[in-house]
Design a protein around this ligand. Structure first.
Ligand SMILES: Nc1ncnc2c1ncn2[C@@H]1O[C@H](COP(=O)(O)OP(=O)(O)O)[C@@H](O)[C@H]1O
Ligand SMILES: [Mg+2]
Length: 219
């Protein structure tokens, strides 16, 4: 479960303050798969960074299950994040000088989270059987994003935050990515928040929210 209570967030740069949210509340049920839509600049990525504890709100509390992450120290937040939150990004963000297998296994060392799948098992589930020893540059964009999905599911963490995971892919690859995320979500029952600007992609989620004018509207 993810609970945002009374969240305010502004950015100040060059003496100018832009307020993205005031008094924002949001409740995401345990195990649900939520899509977050909204115009470019609406604050979607900022909202995801707040849930990840990468940014802190100016006011308000963010609770993941029973932990109010807004009370954690920087070091405690890093440890908490590793053990609880997985990420998928638009630009895949694989490490170029590591193989597929090393990219997936590295996250287990960094996160201190328990393993959920054997590496061979998760590679089968993302349809990359036999591609262990490839480097990211030896894979297509769709395959690279499937490695990123394997990395996001290999550790046993309850939350997945995805920022435009299909944004760099064509329709066919995007659809395959969503099939895999859907299957793994049903299997692991993790809680997913996925940003997308694509209505077809959003329709794969259990629920669609739109961020507009600093407010969240349920679609
Ligand atoms: N670090 C920052 N400093 C100042 N302004 C920022 C910063 N990050 C984002 N913004 C501004 O906040 C707004 C929302 O950004 P973002 O959360 O990335 O929106 P979205 O993901 O919906 O496109 C934008 O106007 C952006 O320019
Ligand atoms: Mg964004």
């Amino acid at each position: 479960m993810i609970t945002l209570k009374n969240i305010s967030k502004s950015y100040t740069s060059r003496g100018e303050t832009v307020t993205l949210f005031t008094n924002l509340d949001w409740l995401i049920d345990q195990g649900s798969f939520v899509a977050l839509m909204g115009a470019s600049g609406a604050g979607k990525s900022t909202l995801l960074s707040l849930i990840a504890g990468i940014l802190s709100p100016d006011l308000g509390n963010i609770t993941l299950d029973d932990t109010d992450i807004t009370t954690l120290s920087r070091d405690a937040m890093i440890e908490y994040r590793g053990q609880h939150i997985a990420f998928i990004f638009q630009a895949f963000e694989l490490i170029p000088n590591l193989t597929v297998e090393e990219n997936i296994d590295l996250i287990l060392d960094i996160s201190h989270a328990p393993r959920r799948y054997a590496t061979s098992e998760i590679l089968d589930k993302v349809w990359l059987t036999g591609k262990w020893l490839r480097y990211p540059t030896e894979l297509s964009g769709g395959e690279q994003q499937r490695v990123a999905i394997a990395r996001a599911f290999v550790a046993d963490v309850p939350f997945l935050l995805a920022d435009e995971p299909t944004g760099n892919l064509d329709e066919g690859n995007a659809s395959r990515i969503m099939d895999i995320i859907d299957t793994l979500h049903k299997e692991t029952k993790n809680t997913i928040v996925m940003i997308t600007h694509d209505a077809d992609i959003a329709s794969r989620a259990d629920m669609i929210w739109k961020l507009h004018g600093g407010k969240l509207i349920k679609k």
